[in-house]
Write a protein that binds this ligand. Structure first.
Ligand code: DGY
Length: 320
């Protein structure tokens, strides 16, 4: 019998690849230095029984239609807005993601951005690297403490809760906006569920943790953004499209809010050139899950999802 074929669109950490090879699958890892092009992707998915994709691979109807025997698409990410999951479902293809294993890494990075924004790390770094530091001064680069600040979590899912726990440990008061009540957050962290308007108006820090879906596109629109406190900090480690980025930039330019930390961008990997000119932003290149621990575990989980489906079992983390 022919070996089942697995196609992986990029060279991911090898933990998962090893699992697939151990199972006896015929594994092909795309060897290009750049991301795979759509035409190449269409060629490669044709004979694959399972595929591991990146969040940068657009798996639309055309790509799905090219799949002749694929049973499972395992996205190497928690987010899956790059895949037409309804169409895949209609074609009988299971789509999976990699939640949980990247929660702590993403929450750690979120707190790094919070602290970097509140204490102006980037301005301090710039001063040092340009050799302009003239010694301690009473009013040099004053920022804000976290203690007693109101920390607004927009989307109290796994990552939102992990961030809330960290913020609580720093002495913040937690408020949150979420479609569902989170009783653990309420009991353990005294978190208060509020409306989106209240969250935006009352928070000193707002951190975004909603998935990108039709209903969350530009969720933080002009009207909401303009209600933020002028000392507040906004952090986005979710997806760029959930904020009206252009309007946020205009607020930052006018110093209508204190700072913003970005790990994701509206037109990623393109970055709005106006953002690069601002001093009150911290910009990271989508590093939320970029730790050895998380990326290895994501690789294993993606492989386990493929193995489960191709062995006729339920996938571990299905999304459709
Ligand atoms: C995800 O998994 O969706 C993250 O954005 C990756 O860092």
């Amino acid at each position: 019998m022919d070996k089942k074929k697995i196609f992986i669109t990029y060279n991911i950490p090898e933990a998962g690849i090893k699992l697939l090879l151990k199972k006896g699958y015929d594994v092909e890892v795309y060897s290009g230095k750049k991301l795979i092009s759509k035409s190449e992707l269409i060629k490669k998915v044709k004979n694959a029984d399972g595929i591991i994709t990146l969040l940068t691979d657009k798996i639309d109807k055309q790509v799905i239609d090219a799949m002749q025997r694929c049973k499972v698409i395992a996205n190497y990410a928690a987010g899956y807005n790059n895949i037409d999951i309804e169409y895949a479902k209609a074609k009988g293809i299971i789509v999976t993601n990699t939640p949980d294993v990247l929660t702590d890494s993403t929450a750690d990075l979120t707190m790094s951005l919070v602290l970097a924004c509140m204490r102006q790390f980037n301005e301090g770094e710039k001063l040092m690297r340009s050799n302009k530091f003239q010694g301690w001064r009473p009013k040099l680069l004053l920022g804000y403490e976290l203690k007693n600040k109101i920390f607004g979590i927009l989307g109290m899912g796994r990552i939102g809760f992990a961030v809330a726990k960290r913020a609580y440990a720093f002495g913040c008061k937690i408020i949150y906006y979420s479609s569902k009540r989170h009783t653990d957050a309420e009991q353990l962290l005294k978190a208060k569920r509020v409306s989106l308007h209240t969250l935006v108006r009352e928070s000193d820090i707002i951190s975004l943790h909603v998935p990108l879906m039709e209903k969350t596109k530009k969720l933080l629109n002009k009207k909401l953004l303009s209600q933020m406190k002028n000392t507040s900090v906004l952090i986005n480690t979710a997806r760029g499209e959930v904020i009206d980025e252009e309007y946020l930039i205009s607020l930052l330019k006018k110093k209508k809010i204190f700072a913003a930390g970005f790990d994701v961008y509206e037109n990623e990997p393109k970055v709005n050139p106006e953002l690069l000119k601002l001093e009150n932003v911290v910009l990271l290149p989508h590093l939320g899950s970029a730790t050895h621990e998380a990326r290895n575990a994501m690789s294993e989980l993606a492989a386990k999802n493929i193995i489960a489906v191709l062995s006729g079992r339920k996938s571990l983390t299905p999304v459709n």
